[in-house]
Ligand binder design. Structure first.
Ligand code: GDP
Ligand code: MG
Length: 597
């Protein structure tokens, strides 16, 4: 295919503005799938994605479009995830394209992720075509939204394409805009091979599949390729394109997107952003790479049934094959037993992994409270990253602690602005910008990430009745007055419940947990103290009174079978008891304590 008849593009949009529906329509209009094969939202192919209506893994599809100018074009569509946690995946999809379709719901207007995505597309030097979707809705206000795109986003919207992805109205207008308004790719077919490694995943039949965008040269079947960053060498077995099913081809040239397989067992050699070149005639310089994705939120995952530990290890390993941004290492907890400390890109990522573990691998798990990564500067001059509050060294060894901050953009109707500002300042936020556009406000805040992983998103949605949209990016580390709060039962620390908080919030949160545990821990033969402490200093305390009589006394003596049942139940419960000093506490109490909030 000559370069002049290739267009590589992404679709970017705020969640629910119709990106997947538009992708479906484009695939359908180009006849890539028959009516029968066409299930809704072909590109969202994981169950969870489909159910939640979000796109996690970027997907690609090659379309063939006979345009009005008489030429037939190859259109490569890269789907991108719409959620903030996956901003990294968005940026790598964008790097493989020359242009973006910016989909805006004409009844909603510009939202926080619309902006975040546009900024990323501009950074990738994209030509952007605005698309006003859902014009079939009575509430659509295309003229107002056009103005908003110009004012807020800052790109011309006069010739925005007006469509309804749902009814199929003016899909042809989108296809024509793609070929007339987006630039073709550039690249020299005779130069040494330079292919961008866009993504990789594990396929049960093919092994590791690598998604590539060829920048220079040609990538042929049976070629010997070299990963420039890793230095590893592999023999290419299959070269192909997604149409949208995988279809083998002889080779891929400049400007083209496709996949290769090379009999690899793990994705470990396939660093996203790496440059693939040919071993016998390597390129001298690699392509500009990506920033690696680093987990920003960590939590412990423990099997509720201790026998599931090995199964959990195996399942985590399988998930990791397809998701290099997910990390795990073994962890032991006195309260919860053997488990894993796991790192995620954000809270949604955490939730999705947890859900996949329970759904696809049938595992019953408990997660400890999510924690961000703190930087500890110790008195011996060493800096240490803290992923687990339980690992915090004695405060006397710590010189100072830094925590990660984010820059958050919140868009909200004026009516709810007051409560949003209150929420942000309660969470130690610093306002950096506040602007009004057509009944909506845009607030830009710097916030400590630690305050955001603690139910911020839910609170934002509830105080704005679901109308606020939110997006963020990491914004460096800053020193802060942070303390580790330990929870002690009968003077023994319960590792799984310890957490890090700003000193100003420590007492209130400590008191809340002690209050909960008081209700959850069954009475014993003697009094038990439940305490929250910073170092050796107790900041909150509750006392569980001693049990007065034998529990079986409650059964009015008469009913023997009921008494026996109760005793058996107690025996059953004993199996999952955890020892704290001379106190035995059922694991269920910790599970319940962790579940709340
Ligand atoms: P995404 O999150 O951006 O991928 O959005 P989806 O494509 O999943 O669409 C979100 C919702 O909007 C779905 O319920 C779609 O059926 C609906 N939708 C998409 N396009 C249109 C449209 O043009 N008109 C109407 N009325 N609804 C649409
Ligand atoms: Mg979608």
């Amino acid at each position: 295919t000559p370069l002049s008849s290739i267009r590589n593009f992404s679709i970017i949009a705020h969640i629910d503005h119709g990106k997947s529906t538009l992708a479906d329509r484009l695939i359908q209009a180009c006849g890539a799938l028959s009516e029968r094969e066409m299930t809704n939202q072909v590109l969202d192919n994981m169950d969870i994605e489909r159910e939640r209506g979000i796109t996690i893994k970027a997907q690609t599809v090659r379309l063939s479009y006979p345009a009005k100018d008489g030429k037939t074009y190859v259109l490569n569509l890269m789907d991108t995830p719409g959620h903030v946690d996956f901003a990294y995946e968005v940026s790598r999809s964008l790097a493989a394209c020359e242009g973006s379709l910016l989909v805006v719901d004409a009844s909603q207007g510009v939202e926080a992720q619309t902006l975040a995505n546009v900024y990323q597309a501009l950074e990738a030097n994209h030509e952007i075509v605005p698309i006003l979707n859902k014009v079939d809705l009575p509430a659509a206000e295309p003229e107002r939204v056009k103005q908003q795109i110009e004012d807020v986003v800052g790109i011309p919207a006069d010739d925005a394409v007006m469509i309804s992805a749902k009814t199929g109205l003016n899909i042809e207008g989108v296809l024509e805009a793609l070929v007339t308004r987006l630039p073709p790719p550039v690249g020299d077919a005779d130069a040494p091979l330079k292919a961008l490694l866009v993504d990789s995943w594990y396929d049960a039949y093919l092994g590791v599949v690598i998604l590539v965008r060829i920048k220079e040269g040609r990538l042929k079947r049976h070629a010997k390729i070299r990963m420039m960053a890793k230095g590893s060498v592999h023999n290419v077995e299959q070269v192909g394109v997604f149409s949208p099913a995988m279809r083998p081809v002889e080779d891929l040239g400049p400007g083209e997107m496709g996949y290769i397989t090379a009999a690899m067992k793990t994705v470990a050699d396939c660093n996203v952003g790496d440059t693939i070149t040919e071993d016998r005639r390597p390129a001298t310089e690699p392509l500009a790479g990506f920033k690696p994705s680093v987990p920003v939120v960590w939590c412990g995952l423990f099997p509720i049934d201790a026998d599931d530990f090995e199964k959990l290890r195996e399942s985590l390993g399988k998930l990791r094959l397809n998701d290099a941004s997910f990390h795990f290492e073994a962890e032991t907890s006195a309260a919860l037993g053997f488990g894993f400390r796991c790192g995620f890109l954000g809270l949604l990522h955490l939730e999705i992994i947890q859900e996949r573990l329970s759904r696809e691998f049938d595992l019953n798990l408990i997660a400890t409270a999510p924690s961000v990564v703190y930087r500890l500067y110790k008195t011996n001059g060493v800096m240490e990253e803290l992923h687990n509050p339980a690992d915090m060294p004695d405060p006397v060894h710590i010189d100072r602690i830094e925590e990660p901050w984010i820059k958050a953009t919140i868009m909200v109707p004026d009516d709810y602005l007051g409560s949003i500002l209150t929420l942000c300042s309660e969470r130690r936020g610093q306002q950096t910008d506040l602007t009004y556009v057509g009944g909506r406000a845009m607030a830009v805040y710097r916030l400590p990430l630690n305050e955001v992983v603690f139910d911020f998103y839910d609170r934002l949605k509830s105080v704005s009745r679901g109308y606020a949209s939110f997006d963020y990016q990491m914004d460096g580390y800053e020193e802060s007055d942070l303390v580790r709060i330990s929870i002690l039962v009968n003077q023994e620390p319960v590792d799984a419940l310890s957490f890090v908080a700003h000193r100003s919030a420590a007492e209130a949160r400590g008191r809340a947990i002690c209050g909960k545990l008081k209700d959850l821990i069954p009475r014993q033969l003697f009094k038990i103290a439940v305490q929250a402490a910073i170092g050796g200093r107790v900041i909150a305390r509750e006392t569980i009174g001693a049990m007065s009589k034998d529990v079986t006394a409650k059964c009015y003596g008469g009913d023997i079978s009921r008494k026996r049942k109760l005793l058996e139940k107690q025996k059953e419960g004993k199996k999952r008891m955890r020892q704290f000093g001379k106190v035995e506490i059922p694991q269920t109490a910790f599970l319940a304590a962790l579940k709340m909030d």
